[in-house]
Ligand binder design. Structure first.
Ligand code: SF4
Length: 333
């Protein structure tokens, strides 16, 4: 019988996700014609489906899809780039297509892009730690300095994606000029350990003054760590494609029994046999109503359960981006 439900705090939407979703909603409302968004605005199926259904937004993975969309829909002539960021080449192509661009890249991802450009211009080799060469954020950062960057796996994930080098064996042209950058949403512990391995290999390794891992990633992992010792089963609400969400799931699984779910519709009563204390957390892109729906599902079965929620909410806000004309974008590139 479930007696207690511990809600992790913080959980759910981070400032970058709030900014990105608001940007799409506002642009969709003020645009004449349908809005196009490059890549899932954030990695959550529910968010994407709601924007499609309620705001008529079209998501594309390739700018070439826009020509086909134009045949069937009246488009706004604008494109929004997702919170994960895009390579400069995509911005150039979008400008050549004459699209007005609204860049909803999280500022904490933009910071890593800026570092990549800076160190490439100084002749450094960039070791970029990521979880997959296919992740949109990795593609975006890599695209800033493709000739200077080597993708590196976190030490626990070596071999999962053969395009990522092993930190224990990666070679660089000049060990005196090497810097490490990271995807923003990795495991804090695994990233620290991977950077230590690289430091032993390359004693002159430059590490950014502040970690590239974002505050939301760190805070959500800390909250899971705090709660895990109290719970018999951790429910992690996250889409399969959310990097920060999957890292939460891996962390919770390492500390106690854990299940990843997209939403309350995935819950199964059999999981709760012998379980008294349930933990709940959610990825930075998971809407809070899915968490509340999960609590309601539990309450419907165990009406006497006690809800425990401790910890601080974050107070960070990011400003929404302004549209840029193709000429403005080309001048920046
Ligand atoms: S998870 Fe971190 S990097 Fe990603 S959008 Fe949120 S704050 Fe930005």
């Amino acid at each position: 019988m479930v007696e207690r439900v511990y809600l992790a705090r913080p959980r759910g939407f981070c400032a970058g996700v709030v900014m990105a979703i608001r940007t799409v909603e506002k642009e969709a409302q003020r645009s004449e014609g349908d809005l196009v968004v490059y890549h899932q605005i954030v990695h959550n199926e529910t968010v994407v489906r709601r924007l499609e259904e309620e705001h008529g937004v079209h998501f594309v993975e390739d700018l070439d899809e826009i020509a086909e969309l134009k045949k069937r829909h009246r488009l706004s002539g604008k494109i929004v780039f997702s919170a994960h960021g895009v390579p400069p080449e995509v911005r150039r192509r979008a400008a050549e297509l004459g699209l007005l661009q609204i860049d909803a890249t999280c500022p904490l991802v933009t910071k890593v892009h800026t570092e990549a450009k800076k160190y490439a211009s100084l002749g450094y080799t960039i070791l970029l730690i990521g979880d997959s060469a296919d992740h949109q954020e990795v593609k975006g950062t890599l695209g800033e300095a493709p000739d200077h960057t080597i993708l590196v796996a976190v030490h626990t994930q070596v071999g999962k994606d053969p395009r990522l080098a092993d930190p224990r064996t990666v070679e660089v042209p000049d060990p005196e000029k090497v810097v490490v950058l990271t995807q923003t949403t990795l495991s804090v512990d695994d990233t620290d350990a991977t950077i230590e391995i690289l430091k032993r290999r390359f004693p002159k390794l430059v590490t950014p003054s502040r970690s590239d891992l974002c505050y939301a990633t760190k805070n959500r992992q800390d909250a899971v760590r705090r709660l895990a010792r109290h719970v018999d089963l951790f429910l992690v609400l996250s889409s399969r494609h959310s990097s920060n969400g999957m890292r939460l799931y891996e962390l919770a699984s390492a500390l106690t029994r854990a299940v990843r779910i997209d939403g309350p519709e995935d819950l199964e009563e059999a999981w709760f046999e012998g379980v008294q204390n349930v933990g709940i957390t959610s990825a930075a892109s998971t809407p809070e109503d899915l968490v509340q729906g999960t609590v309601a599902w539990l309450r419907a079965r165990w009406p006497g359960l006690k809800l425990v929620e401790e910890g601080e909410w974050e107070q960070i806000r990011f400003r929404e981006p302004q549209p840029k004309t193709p000429e403005e974008v080309l001048a920046e590139l």
